[in-house]
Design a protein. Sequence first.
Length: 322
Amino acid sequence: MTMATGLTADRSMDPISTQSLVIVSYNMHGFHQGTPALQELLEQNSTPDIILVQQHWLTPANLCKFDDLFPDYFSFGCSAMTNRVQSGILFGRPYGGVMSLIRNMLRTITETVCCRERYTVIRVANYLIVNVYLSCVGTPDRLLICEDIIAEIQSWRIKYSMCDCIVAGDLNCNLDSGDQAAALISGFIRSSSLSRCDHLFPSDTLATYINPHLNQRSYIDYMLTSAPDSLLVFDVLDPDLNFSDHLPLCAIFKLHDSAIESSKDGSPVDSAMARVHKRLRWDKGDRTSYYSYTSVLESMICMCDTVADSFRGSVNRGTVFC
């Protein structure tokens, strides 16, 4: 496997000791097709702290396979086939599904936020991490689906505005193309002040999706971040055993000092936040000062009421004002 610089170091130590967070994003193209590449990655002394996978294709009853195969991680995600399973006998090929795997040693600074069919949201220390799988070309109402997902991600960003944001996954479009979905996502990137990791750390890799049987290849998997200064390394990996038609992405981010201290003293995840946003509470305000400052406006308010009443009376009498 061709590894990202910095990921080849001994990762048997916990991320708190190394003060870094290793994140891998990978479209498995099926659970059994993708697990060899992930197992190879785990055997190379390069253990990722967070693994974001898309298209695992598992039914709800089989999601436990992640816990069985990756006992050092706890999983957070869902199946895209819930409705299909509930509707009757399965037929056709499996599809979809997203799952986020987080190392057990990070549990004290992790919060599971939201899980949907096409994305998950977790918070680890000072990072809000979104694992997303957007619809591909030919999907009915593709743009509407993408708009809804982007709107929901933006709402979570607003709610967790104190966190730096990382969005990773299969966007199913080349952001440098003229595709309508690419324009939509690029607008989201600009409005959310996100940076593309592949721009921050350019590489010679021209494609993350490679299908030699169909003679297709394109760059459709991305990592985005609102904290470019915290990104230490980014690269596209090339596993020796890879039965998926996608290549994994790897990034290393600097862990915030407050998260390190929080982990050491065992305090909850909320104390890992470096920035505190305060809000005004009207029920806790100084009422005496409020009435003192607003009382001077009382005479003006009465005058405005008098003028308004006079105007309404003139209009009712049919008076025309020039």
